[in-house]
Design a protein around this ligand. Structure first.
Ligand code: SF4
Length: 282
């Protein structure tokens, strides 16, 4: 695995890094500066087999294969070395939120995290999944209770099963999502959150928000993500007043919520878009 290209935001706080595998596929990693912490948005597959309709990889059906453990380690370690991240930052967060569904490459993702966690206490980890099957979450909970710093994100993105099915092809039902989250909240030593990307006129009406609130429990945490429009996509970014409405409703219920704006906006590309355009073997 070697670095072949880097694109920086104007403020130089964000970058997307392209790396080529030994068999000449191209993968993409996001790097962004958050003060004392640097975040890596790590890819774990070449393309993605899940057809999320708000994602460039999902609509382009570009899955080729899993990255193996050594490739994921190289992806991360090459960037740590290239940007001298452990010299510049107090902490490094490796989030498996780049291209690919980590639960479909679980053993390699876990082995990578275990190795990095054993070598450096200043690296912590996050994993986002669209497929939180309750049986898999039991194993994940046990495995990650042995890792010092970890956060699980379950991608919700819709207020009900019907809308989620339109968005995510291989979807877990809301009953499974709730079961998975509640098991994790009960048995994990770490925090978990749902992620809800706001999509204009799809999941951002008052009715959507009240339905979402019916699903959420008081001790849930919700990350509200702003959408980056993608080339060829059917969705648009929701407006700030829709975000503020959801934020207010969640605050009124005392449900912990946070806003997330991806680095993609700053460097004018949606998640995985750069690599996807170069994905066919060079
Ligand atoms: S959002 Fe994630 S899981 Fe869905 S298609 Fe894109 S990379 Fe795959």
């Amino acid at each position: 695995m070697k670095i072949i290209d880097k694109v920086f935001s104007e403020d130089k706080l964000s970058a997307k890094v392209l790396q080529a595998t030994d068999d000449n596929f191209v993968i993409e990693t996001g790097v962004f500066d958050d003060g004392n912490t640097c975040h890596l948005c790590v890819s774990c597959q070449i393309g993605c087999p899940i057809s999320c309709q708000m994602c460039y990889n999902g609509i382009n059906k570009n899955y080729h294969r899993n990255l193996n453990k050594q490739e994921i380690l190289d992806e991360i370690e090459n960037i740590i070395e290239e940007f001298k991240l452990l010299n510049k930052y107090d902490n490094l967060c490796c989030s498996f939120m780049g291209v690919g569904e980590p639960m479909l490459n679980y053993d390699n993702v876990l082995a990578t995290i275990q190795k990095l966690a054993a070598n450096c206490e200043r690296i912590y980890f996050a994993l986002a999944t669209t497929l939180p099957h309750p049986d898999d979450i039991v194993k994940l909970t046990e495995d990650f209770n042995k890792v010092n710093q970890f956060k699980l994100t379950i991608s919700l993105h819709a207020p009900n099963d019907i809308k989620r099915k339109k968005l995510i092809s291989s979807h877990s039902s809301f009953v499974e999502l709730r079961k998975a989250m509640n098991y994790y909240k009960k048995y994990s030593i770490h925090k978990a959150e749902f992620n809800y990307v706001l999509l204009k006129n799809f999941n951002d009406s008052d009715k959507d928000f009240y339905e979402l609130l019916d699903f959420l429990e008081d001790d849930d945490r919700l990350k509200i993500s702003c959408y980056n429009t993608i080339e060829g996509g059917i969705f648009e970014k929701s407006t700030e007043d829709r975000y503020l409405m959801l934020h207010r409703l969640l605050d009124e219920r005392n449900i912990h919520n946070s806003k997330f704006e991806s680095l993609g906006d700053k460097i004018d590309v949606g998640c995985g878009q750069m690599a996807a355009k170069k994905l066919i073997r060079r």
